[in-house]
Design a protein. Structure first.
Length: 122
């Protein structure tokens, strides 16, 4: 499986990742790290604890990491959570809606992780 095929499998934006990281070698290095770097795990843990400060911080970090890797669905979902819990902003979602968004992020991450593991096996 090539990087482009991986991105097709996980519904990522390979061209965006290439624009940011500039070479396949760096994309490969960082996409492999995603499942071990804990950035999404921290977001999911913050969601489980419903810790507003941690939700903002971890979602903001996930937004950036995933955006740089061209994983725009994950990045956009994390961005929604970051904006919801940005210090000083007024919440617009109910707690239940936030929990649904966190569950959607977990599902997207699982699909992405499965694709990355398949890529690593090849």
């Amino acid at each position: 499986m090539t990087l482009a095929e991986l991105y097709e499998t996980i519904d990522g934006d390979y061209e965006k990742a290439l624009r940011v990281l500039r070479m396949d070698k760096l994309i490969d290095k960082h996409i492999r790290k995603l499942t071990n770097n804990g950035v999404i795990d921290k977001l999911l843990a913050a969601g489980a604890a419903f810790d507003a400060v941690q939700l903002f911080e971890s979602a903001h970090a996930a937004k950036g990491v995933c955006g740089n890797l061209g994983l725009m669905k994950l990045s956009n979902a994390a961005s929604e959570i970051a904006e919801e819990f940005r210090p000083g902003s007024v919440r617009k979602m109910t707690d239940e809606e936030v929990k649904e968004k966190i569950a959607a992020i977990a599902a997207l991450y699982e699909r992405t992780s499965d694709g990355i593991r398949a890529y690593e096996e090849n």
